[in-house]
Design a protein around this ligand. Structure first.
Ligand code: NAD
Length: 279
């Protein structure tokens, strides 16, 4: 983990989706290590609570911002305002994400659009706008994109979600190569199952498995704070791809050793099978 309590002193960090789960834990972890943090979320109240708690609980600096990462106009205004008010961020964590769960044939065009708009376009907007500001400033920086185990582990229950996460990982690899010469690092974080409210916030198609999904994630018992620690370390060490937790690491290794095994596992889904979804 990052060794000192002030490892990010004097840095400005932007975290999207900072109102809940991994984003919230990451914003708090950076603040606990001395950074000033912009907590951005589509939910203005959640962003304000996250920023307020950084000041109250940690005695740190938290700023709140409302933005829909899927909207290019909102992201342009958001990035302009951040740079004007607080300066060019040193670190940007493109974390905001949503999930649609269920078989491909039950996904509507709108399910696909919203998933791609938030999970992929949101990351593209964050990389484009803040990456350009970092390059122009000329003092380096770091961009963290939250992908997932789903980036390399196909699943019959998460076709849209997994497609966007694979794209986020590839985008991160491409951008890392391009920005290295500017002293800007790019990391893709690929967690397995993490016990956050994502299953509660998700959309279910072809059958309602919300309760089972929420229970499963809660039972996994892997806290968002541990993902946050990996994110801080990835920035500290400029790591390219960071699989997080046991299934994240096994999935990453297996996807390289035996892609056929991963395709076999994609057909298996305890959640879906037990409820007759996506036979
Ligand atoms: N929880 C897991 O098991 C897991 C595993 C791997 C990757 N991830 C990824 O981690 C990231 C965070 O997920 P989480 O588990 O903390 O979920 P979460 O639902 O707890 O938090 C997501 C946050 O993003 C915000 N958000 C959603 N859409 C937004 C938008 N359009 N603009 C701005 N903010 C928006 C939500 O309001 C919420 O505060 C996501 O990208 C997710 O895909 C999660």
């Amino acid at each position: 983990m990052v060794e000192t309590g002030a490892a990010f002193e004097g840095r400005l960090v932007v975290v999207t989706g900072a109102g809940s789960g991994i984003g919230l834990a990451t914003a708090r972890a950076f603040a606990a290590h001395g950074a000033a943090v912009v907590c951005a979320d589509i939910d203005a109240g959640a962003a304000a609570r996250a920023a307020g708690a950084i000041a109250e609980d940690l005695g740190g600096t938290g700023h709140a911002a409302q933005v829909d990462v899927a909207s290019s106009a909102q992201m342009e205004e958001f990035s302009r305002n951040i740079v004007a008010e607080y300066g060019v961020p040193d670190i940007v964590v493109n974390n905001a994400g949503i999930a649609v769960a269920g078989p491909f044939l039950d996904h509507t065009v709108d399910d696909w659009r919203r998933t791609i708009d938030v999970n992929l376009w949101g990351v593209i907007h964050g990389c484009r706008l803040f990456g350009a500001a970092m390059v122009e400033r000329g003092e380096g920086g770091h961009i963290v994109n939250i992908a997932s185990l789903a980036a390399f582990a196909p699943s019959r229950l998460l076709p849209a979600y997994s497609t966007t996460k694979a794209a986020v990982k590839m985008l991160s690899d491409c951008l890392r190569a391009e920005l290295a010469g500017h002293g800007i690092g790019v990391s893709a974080i690929c967690p397995g199952f993490v016990s956050t409210p994502i299953a509660r916030h998700a959309t279910y198609v072809g059958g309602d498995i919300r309760e089972a999904a929420e229970r499963g994630l809660a039972r996994r018992g892997y806290p968002a704070e541990r993902v946050a620690a990996h994110i801080l370390r990835a920035v500290h060490r400029n790591q390219a791809v960071v699989p997080v937790n046991l299934e994240g690491k096994i999935g990453y290794a297996l996807s390289r050793i035996s892609p056929a095994a991963m395709r076999g596992l994609a057909r298996w889904s305890a959640l879906g099978r037990n409820r007759g979804i996506g036979r």
